[in-house]
Design a binder for this molecule. Structure first.
Ligand code: NAD
Length: 501
């Protein structure tokens, strides 16, 4: 099959597929086979206009629909997704490359947010103060924003959209989702499932595309907010342009997550955790551990334990029961592999070289095996860059203080973890770490759906994290109503500023 002799994935606008107006498309790969499986449309500003118009039209009734009606759709979606999640997992694996069990895990974490959104009647109750003044009551309402934009990255094609659209929709908003063009099919699949769950046409729209569609969303006067997840440079760009256009913006960026290992930790458990968090999803997770900071004297023993575990990992086609899949594109694989040359030049020691690994899959897949690099200088780009691949760097330090200084010294602040059996040290780290999400003997501390997800510093632009209480606040605006029912005793002229009596 040639790259043009494949199906084309359309947009989903107003409850139906749409070819849109643009002639541009991009290839979507099956990364384990290294083959183009389809083309995806790259939407124009006119396509974004059409999606926003469909959303704005739907908002006139969805924004005023009863809480019970919205809740019913979310419950239906939850049931349907649970019943058909294997289908979605297959889509994720075939376009992203992550192994099927990992794809199932991603869906489960998305489902958590759907379940959280099912409790929206409770979460949007607002407050009521009876008799704040004589015969006067005050109450607060949480109202939807209107049309909201969601822009998602390639690495969680189902979970990241589900961080946002269930909460946005359950609070009465209408959504235009621009998923990653690298693995776009999950977005259409979920939008069609929402329609099956009873969601009216136009409440959830999918416009595929690249910078052109993103820029159109950022500039569109009828789009009230932008929820973005992706790399830090694009997150910064989206935040600056979105806020300049008067929108509410939450833009989650990249990461460089450190795991600090104190000498008293159980090194077998640490090695297990480092391998799982470093190489799961081929390191293409914003909460992956990419730097292991070993406090003297544990470095050598830890390296041995990690290396021996890496020897048992099977890299290959995620549909064949392997531990780790390919990278997302050949270009990205080459970029990640390039850091091995940098490591050698910068004086680091490549302990396990992923370029030498063998793979359970087609030869043309975008392969790079798990890679371990020791003695990484903190001046090297291996240490400073977000590599976003199966590369675990080890840095040795002499003390806890030196380790914390590294954790806090990166421009990112997404996640970090400490491994220790010393409760006092763990508590101290919890407070010392200038990082949005901290794990204590938990290497990937992604908060559950009823807490909020987000980093600090260059990992989050804007004040609102994703989902949880922040998500509800982000997708609503509060209105305070002061009310009284008039009777003759309220009459009379008084030009003074109202005071409570
Ligand atoms: P990316 O920044 O390349 O793309 C993200 C989105 O932005 C995509 O929809 C893409 O089409 C769009 N985009 C790309 N280039 C653009 C441009 N020049 N102008 C406007 N829009 C553009 O990110 P990615 O490679 O898809 O995803 C990986 C990145 O996402 C990593 O940096 C990872 O750490 C980050 N990420 C962060 C979180 C988090 O919660 N902080 C979660 C997942 C992924």
């Amino acid at each position: 099959m040639t790259t043009t002799d494949v199906p084309v994935l359309d947009h989903w606008i107003g409850g139906a597929t749409s070819a849109g107006t643009s002639e541009r498309t991009a290839p979507v790969y099956d990364p384990a086979l290294g083959e183009v499986s389809k083309q995806v449309r790259l939407g124009s500003a006119a396509d974004v206009d059409a999606a926003v118009a469909a959303a704005a039209k739907a908002f006139t009734s969805w924004g005023r629909s009863s809480i019970a009606r919205r809740q019913q759709v979310m419950f239906n979606f939850r049931e349907l997704l649970n019943a058909r999640k294997d289908e979605l997992a297959q889509i994720l694996t075939s376009e992203h490359g992550k192994v099927l069990t990992d794809a199932a895990g991603e869906i489960a974490r998305g489902l958590e947010v759907v379940e959280f959104a099912c409790s929206m009647p409770h979460l949007t109750k607002g407050g009521y103060s009876l008799g704040v003044s004589t015969d006067v009551d005050v109450f607060s309402l949480k109202e939807p924003l209107g049309v909201v934009g969601v822009i998602s990255p390639f690495n969680f094609p189902a979970m990241v959209p589900m961080w946002f659209f269930p909460i946005a929709i359950a609070t009465g908003n209408c959504v235009v989702l621009k998923p990653s063009e690298k693995d776009p099919s999950a977005a259409n699949w979920m939008a069609e499932l929402m329609a099956e769950a009873g969601l009216p046409d136009g409440v959830l729209n999918v416009v595929h595309g690249d910078k052109e569609a993103v820029d159109a969303l950022l500039a569109h006067p009828e789009v009230a907010s932008i929820s973005f997840v992706g790399s830090t440079p694009i997150a910064r760009y989206v935040y600056e342009h979105g806020t300049a256009a008067g929108k509410r913006v939450q833009a989650l960026g990249g990461a460089k997550n450190h795991m600090l290992v104190l000498p008293d930790a159980d090194l077998d458990l640490v090695a297990d955790a480092a391998v799982n968090a470093g190489f799961g999803s081929a390191g293409e997770r914003c909460m992956a551990i990419s730097v292991l900071v070993a406090v003297d004297p544990v470095g050598d023993e830890l390296i041995d334990k990690i290396r021996s575990r890496m020897g048992g990992l099977v890299t290959g086609d995620g549909r064949r029961g392997c531990d780790m899949g390919p990278l997302i594109t050949a270009e990205h694989r080459d970029k990640v592999a390039g850091y091995l040359d940098v490591a050698a030049t910068d004086g680091a020691a490549v302990v396990v070289d992923g370029r030498e690994a063998t793979f359970e899959g087609a030869e043309d897949g975008f392969w790079l095996g798990p890679t371990l690099i020791d003695h990484v200088p903190t001046t090297s780009t291996v240490y400073t860059d977000e590599i976003f691949g199966p590369v675990l760097s080890v840095v040795r330090v002499a003390s806890y203080e030196e380790g914390v200084a590294l954790v806090n010294g990166t421009p990112y602040g997404n996640g970090t973890a400490i491994f220790t059996n010393d409760g006092g040290a763990a508590r101290r780290f919890m407070l010392d770490a200038e990082i949005g999400m901290v794990g204590i003997n938990v290497p990937i501390p992604v908060p559950v759906a009823y807490h909020s997800f987000g980093g600090w510093k260059a990992s989050l632009f804007g004040d609102a994290k994703a989902y949880g209480p922040h998500g509800v606040d982000f997708f609503t605006r509060e209105k305070a109503v002061t009310s009284r029912w008039l009777d003759p005793s309220h009459g009379g002229i008084n030009l003074g500023f109202p005071q409570h009596t």
